[in-house]
Design a protein around this ligand. Structure first.
Ligand SMILES: O=C(O)CNC(=O)[C@H](CS)NC(=O)CCC(=O)C(=O)O
Length: 288
C-alpha cells in the first residue's frame, strides 16, 4: 500500500507566494511518508480577471513556480500532480493544465481541461472561463504511478461522468479532480459529485482544492474541503473550508495543509469483483 497526500492552498496572483505554500506541503508530504502529492487546479496563480490571467502566464520552462516544484520533486523524490496555466497558441488565451511531475523532477504527463466553467447564476457566481482559457481536445489515458493507475481530470470536469467512466474503462484506479470550486456550488454539490464519481467508477478519488479568498478585495473565494474518497464512496479524509454561502472558512483552516490516505489497490479490485458494474451498452450504445 502507498500513501497519497492531498494538498490545500490559497493561491493569489503571486507565483512566489504560491510556490512557497507548495514547498511547505512537499515537506509535510515527505514527513508523512507519502508516495505522491496532489495539488489544486491553478496552483501557480489565481488572478482577479481574465486579462490578468492571460498576462501572468509563463511557459513551464520560464515559470519560477513550475521550475521550483520540479526541484522540490527531484530533491524529495516525490511525484507531484499540480494544476497550472500554460500559454495557448496565439497568445490571447491560456491552457488550464494538470502536470504529473515524476520523482526525478521531470514533467512526464500533461492533461488540458476539457470542460470550461461558463456560468451565470442569479445571486451566485458569474464566471466565463472560456474568455481566458482554451479548452482541451482529448482524454489523457491513465498511467502508472506509485499510487496506482491515475486518470487526470480538472474541477468542472467533475460534472461529466462520461469522462470518469471513460478513464475507468481505460484502466484507471485513482481519479483526480484538482479544483477551485466556488463557495455556493461547493456547498450544494462538491462532496456529492466526488462521492458519486468514486462509487460509479469504483475508484479512489483525490480532490485537491483551493480554499479561501484569492485577493484582498474578496472578489474570488474558493470552497476548500479537499478530500480523498474510497472506491466504496467513503470520505477517508477531508480538510477545512467554507460551510455556508458567506464563504467563511471553518474547520481545519490552517492553510497550506495536507491530508493523507492509504491507497489500497487490492481493495479497488475487491470492490469491483464483488459488485461488477456491467453496462448495458446494447441498450444505450451511445454511452461507453
Ligand atoms: O481561474 C483560474 O485561474 C482557475 N480556474 C478555475 O478556478 C475554474 C474556472 S473559473 N473553476 C472551476 O472550474 C470551478 C467549477 C465550479 O465551481 C463548479 O463546477 O461548481
Amino acid at each position: 500500500m502507498a500513501i497519497a497526500a492531498v494538498g490545500q492552498i490559497c493561491s493569489t496572483a503571486s507565483m512566489a507566494h504560491n510556490l512557497q505554500q507548495c514547498r511547505l506541503l512537499v515537506q509535510k508530504a515527505v514527513s508523512a511518508g507519502a508516495k505522491a502529492l496532489f495539488l489544486p487546479e491553478a496552483s501557480d496563480y489565481i488572478a482577479s480577471s481574465a486579462t490578468e490571467t492571460v498576462s501572468l502566464v509563463k511557459s513551464v520552462t520560464d515559470s519560477e513556480f513550475v521550475l521550483g516544484l520540479q526541484d522540490e520533486a527531484r530533491n524529495a523524490r516525490l511525484p507531484i500532480n499540480v494544476g497550472v496555466h500554460e500559454p495557448a497558441e496565439g497568445g490571447k488565451k491560456v491552457k488550464n493544465t494538470l502536470l504529473w511531475i515524476d520523482d526525478k523532477g521531470e514533467i512526464v504527463q500533461r492533461y488540458q481541461k476539457l470542460h470550461l466553467f461558463d456560468v451565470e447564476i442569479k445571486n451566485g457566481p458569474i464566471l466565463k472561463e472560456s474568455n481566458s482559457v482554451e479548452k482541451g481536445e482529448s482524454i489523457l489515458s491513465p498511467f502508472d504511478t506509485p499510487v496506482g493507475k491515475v486518470g487526470l481530470m480538472i474541477c468542472f470536469d467533475l460534472r461529466f461522468p462520461e469522462l470518469s467512466l471513460s478513464l475507468r474503462h481505460r484502466g484507471a484506479q485513482l481519479l483526480t479532480y484538482p479544483s477551485a470550486f466556488t463557495v455556493p456550488t461547493g456547498v450544494a454539490h462538491w462532496s456529492t459529485l466526488l462521492r458519486s464519481r468514486a462509487i460509479e467508477t469504483q475508484s479512489y478519488v483525490v480532490a485537491a482544492a483551493q480554499c479561501g479568498p484569492h485577493n484582498d478585495a474578496g472578489t474570488r473565494k474558493s470552497y476548500g474541503h479537499s478530500m480523498i474518497v474510497s472506491p466504496w464512496g467513503e470520505i477517508l479524509v477531508e480538510l477545512g473550508g467554507a460551510n455556508n454561502m458567506d464563504g467563511k472558512v471553518t474547520g481545519r483552516r490552517d492553510i497550506p495543509e495536507i491530508a493523507i490516505a492509504e491507497i489500497d489497490l487490492p481493495y479497488v479490485e475487491k470492490v469491483r469483483r464483488e459488485m461488477p458494474l456491467l453496462r448495458r451498452t446494447d441498450v444505450y450504445p451511445e454511452i461507453e
